[in-house]
Write a protein of this length. Structure first.
Length: 258
């Protein structure tokens, strides 16, 4: 297990939000924490700690009144830690090169690849042609429907018909370097992880996978480490003291490295 730090940007601010609350209408989200610091502050902190492989997520859609402010914050972070951070949120074959040139190590994509509820292999191949397999992360963030978890798109607002399974991971791993998976129903709530999702990821043996969502205590972290078989990487947002939570950043790193 590795710690993968995050910089979530919404309405031009570094934030932690409740993931399931995000709405494009009115650029709304329920905020857990709004930072007074810019993206480069966090990027320098992660760089100093040697934490490459974290991610920036732009939470406003392109064309919204805040999108350009989100991009400015992201560029500050990328410039402060060149090659150390991935970026996602509205990524396409058309804009991926811009963010790679700004210093992103990888492009993270969901909605461009999952269109009309299914995998759009034409778009997947288009973005791979720009990034290469080795610089693409597929975000398979999911929400529960019935007894299963399905990939969600458009800032986690729309269900696809693609169920999160080991077969899906295996099939898509041919096109990307890593997976990022937010358990959206618990994202930002710091109330415990989605153990079924974590167990599925731990059982699968393939390319690196990062889990995000619900870690609110060191016990949650230990549970994830156990059922993820110590090979699922982790992101902690709202529960981290950097973002107003109770989990000390340095102690988190110590716990993971044990």
């Amino acid at each position: 297990m590795k710690f993968r730090p995050c910089i979530d940007i919404h309405n031009g601010k570094v934030k932690q939000i409740i993931g399931g609350s995000l709405l494009d209408q009115g650029n709304y989200a329920t905020d857990n924490f709004v930072s007074e610091k810019n993206g480069d502050y966090y990027a320098r902190l992660y760089r100093h700690a040697g934490l490459a492989g974290g991610h920036i997520i732009l939470l406003n859609p392109e064309g919204s009144r805040y999108y350009e402010e989100d991009v400015k914050q992201a560029c500050l972070a990328l410039e402060a830690f060149p090659g150390g951070l991935q970026i996602g949120g509205g990524m396409t074959a058309e804009n991926a090169s811009f963010f790679l040139e700004k210093g992103a190590s990888h492009i993270i994509v969901t909605s461009y690849v999952f269109k009309d509820g299914r995998i759009n292999y034409d778009n997947l191949k288009k973005i791979v042609a720009v990034t290469g397999k080795d610089r693409l992360v597929l975000d398979l963030s999911c929400r529960k429907k019935g007894d299963d978890y399905y990939v969600v798109t458009d800032r986690w607002q729309k269900f696809t018909r693609e169920k999160l399974t080991e077969k899906l991971l295996t099939d898509l791993s041919l096109y990307c370097d890593e997976f990022l998976i937010h358990a959206v129903d618990v994202e930002g709530k710091a109330g415990g992880i989605e153990e079924k999702v974590a167990a599925l990821l731990g059982d699968w043996e393939g390319i690196p996978v990062t889990y995000a969502g619900g870690v609110g205590s060191f016990e949650d972290l230990r549970i994830l480490k156990r059922i993820g078989r110590n090979r699922v990487d982790v992101t902690i947002g709202s529960a981290l003291d950097l973002f107003g939570g109770t989990m000390n950043f340095e102690k988190v790193l110590e716990e993971i490295n044990q």
